[in-house]
Structure formats: C-alpha cells, structure tokens
Ligand binder design. Sequence first.
Ligand SMILES: [Mg+2]
Length: 224
Amino acid sequence: MIDWSRVDTVLLDMDGTLLDLAFDNHFWLEALPGRVAERHRMDLPRARNHVLSLMRAVEGRLEWYCLDYWQRLLDVDMVALKGEFTHLIGFRPGAEAFLQALNRAGKRAVLVTNAHHGSLGLKLRHVPLAGYLDATYSSHDFGYSKEFPEFWDRVQQRDGFQPRRTVLLDDSHRVLAAARDWGVPQLCAIAQPDMGRPPLSQAPFPLIRDLAEVAPPVAEGVSD
Ligand SMILES: [Mg+2]
C-alpha cells in the first residue's frame, strides 16, 4: 500500500488518523450541543441543529477548526469543555507501533493538523505522541486549513519535505484530494477514524485498517 523505498517523510493527520475520532465526535455532537442548550436555555434538539447549521456554514475552512471562533459565537469555553472528557483521548489501534516503526526505519514523522493549538496542546498532554514527531504544523499557523493549496505551499516551504518522496495519511478525503491536487503522490485514508463507529469498506483512496500493518521495514544499518 505504501512504497517505502520512495518515502522519506510521512505526513500524519492527528484526529481520526493517529488518535481515535471518538473524542471529537463526542465533543461536537454531544458535549457542545449540551452545553449550548444549558447556556442559552434551548432544548437539546434545537441546540444540536443550531451547532450543526453553524458548522455547515464554515465547513472545511479554518474557522471550522478555530476554538476562538466558536468561543465567540457560542459563549462556551471550548478548551475547558474538552478537558471534561479527556478519558476519550487515545491512540487508534496500531498508531503507536506505527510511529515507533517510522522512528526505527529513519523516516521523518511530521504532524500536519487542522487542530487549533488549544486542542492540540490538550491532546499532546494526554497521549505520548510528541516524542515520536520530527515536526508539528497546525494550519492555524499558516492562515489556511489543509483543504486549501496555500496550506501545502506554506508547510512545504517551512518544512522542506520533498513532495515526491512523501506520503500523507489522513482520514479526511477532502484533505487527501487537496494534497493530491497540490502534488503529494502517495496518499492513504483511514477505514475507521472513530473506533466506536463502523469502518468504511470503500473510499477514493487506499484504506488503512490498522496502521501497524503498513509500517515500514527497519532500514539496514539503522539500529535502536
Ligand atoms: Mg483527521
């Protein structure tokens, strides 16, 4: 699925790729509508519709991922609310073994995320992810989400990865399509971003079920 002889850098999405999307789905679909209902004295179905319609209006844009934007709009402390159920933050199956294999094989592991720094910081405090990474980039530092070619221009200039020797793993098909159109040739999607929901059986990109199954072989001459 991944031609490791042609890969130096692995661009890794965080939520739904390395980490279980169950946390984020619970936040956006349950916890946030619940808090909006309390705060603005709405019933829960109305609060849920309100949040979903606001989300649809900015879907895929940087605002969608911006906690400050939502805090202003809904008058809810987004980071504090996320902090109430950190027990749902965790690696997807095989993710940590995959990161260890990347490190052993001498491949660069680079996080590219649309997560806002408030959310990124919370996740990094609850899973031992940062130690495996050679670099971390949030779209909030570049002014464009990963759905836009400007993000890929800017992150490539900052990081210096060679697009032709790079693979991107991401659970968002829209992001994968944007990276493909920009010039990343190797792309993989994730079959089960949220481990509490059924897996996809097909997608426009090769689907990874368990990251450990596509890990690179250990490079000759590289020892632990
Ligand atoms: Mg994702």
